[in-house]
Design a protein around this ligand. Structure first.
Ligand code: GTP
Ligand code: MG
Length: 325
């Protein structure tokens, strides 16, 4: 983190026990419900802490203290500019894709890659685990990656192939990727709820969840399960947003698509997860297969960038844009 960022993310309280009113008992209650660092307590709601058996007054007091410590509270417009200026861009390793994204993958929000099988979602995620380790001047975030894999597709061999393209030592790169396989949607949720310490200790600057929807989709079957599924997915995505803000990390999730039942002529697909995914992913990129084994990345939703698309190719060196070769 640059000195200017440190200035903004000034943490007065290092450990939970440093927060006023937090003794060993409260600290252990906090840890039990997945609030293990001051950064994440700052993003909690009073209700969450109360439901873990912490008194309301105490809960309010320590959330306020954590927020002050983190400087995330009400901010003036000019301060907001400053907060946003701590937002960083992570290079995808493809010049044209970075350009489409306005400089790369943003920190402090969720970027979603969605598309059919084999369109390169997991390939992009693995490449990002390498580029995040690059120095700032080369578009990296000088940090590690946390990879939550729900489909058992992460391949260390692939990282070993991609790293040399960015002049990085594959063994060193692999050491800075923290990997976890999530076996169920509940396991996936629990992994993230317990992630804040791991993120802090390993200087994680990129969190990948590949895929964020597959377990939810296969476990919550039938119409009557739709509401609970959306509710759980929503909570999960909000947890991701909080982590991205608390630690100024980029968050990249992948998502499959399903065929639109009412489309007769064109092959129309839409991402899984409905409105919940749509409202919480700040940047969405649709990947599709093009001619000659190309992949086309299309920016579909971004708060401030125009829509556009760019071709990509999956090669022995990872994912390449037409300007990289
Ligand atoms: P699902 O997870 O199934 O939805 O697909 P995905 O979008 O994650 O696809 P993924 O990123 O796994 O891309 C798979 C495609 O990448 C394959 O069809 C291959 O064409 C290509 N690919 C994977 N590994 C290599 C490799 O080592 N070399 C080359 N040249 N291509 C590869
Ligand atoms: Mg995949």
């Amino acid at each position: 983190m640059s000195s200017e960022q440190m200035e903004y993310y000034k943490v007065k309280y290092q450990a939970l026990e440093d927060l006023p009113g937090v003794g060993p008992a409260t600290a252990s209650k906090l840890r039990e419900i997945g609030f293990k660092t001051v950064e994440v307590v700052a993003t909690a709601t009073t209700h969450e802490l109360v439901s873990a058996g912490i008194g309301e007054a105490t809960a309010e007091k320590l959330i306020t203290a954590a927020r002050k410590s983190m400087a995330i509270t009400f901010v003036r417009g000019d301060e907001l500019v400053k907060l946003r200026s701590s937002m960083r861009h992570l290079t995808t390793g493809c010049v044209s894709l970075d350009r489409l994204l306005g400089g790369g993958i943003e920190s402090q929000s969720i970027t979603e890659f969605y598309g059919e099988f084999g369109t390169g979602k997991s390939q992009i995620c693995q490449q990002l685990c390498v580029t995040v380790q690059l120095p700032y001047e080369r578009g990296g975030l000088e940090g590690g990656a946390l990879y939550i894999d729900t489909e058992n597709t992460f391949r260390p061999e692939r990282i070993e192939q991609i790293a040399p393209r960015f002049d990085l030592d594959p063994d060193e790169v692999l050491k800075k990727i923290i990997f976890a396989e999530a076996y169920t949607s509940n396991h996936q949720v629990v992994l993230l709820e317990n992630a804040d310490e791991v993120i802090k200790e390993n200087n994680i600057r990129l969190i990948v969840v590949d895929s964020v929807t597959s377990h939810f989709r296969s476990e919550y079957l039938g119409r009557e399960m739709l509401a609970p599924r959306q509710q759980e997915l929503n909570k999960h995505l909000h947890k991701l947003i909080r982590l991205s803000r608390a630690f100024n990390t980029s968050v990249v999730v992948t998502n499959q698509v399903m065929a639109q039942p009412d489309a007769f002529f064109a092959k129309v697909v839409r991402p899984v997860g409905g409105h919940v995914m749509g409202h919480t992913s700040h940047t969405r990129i649709f990947l599709r297969k093009g001619r000659n084994n190309l992949r086309i990345a299309k920016l579909v939703v971004s708060p401030f960038l125009p829509e556009g698309e760019t071709p990509l190719r999956i090669t022995g060196r990872g994912v390449e844009g037409d300007e990289d070769i």
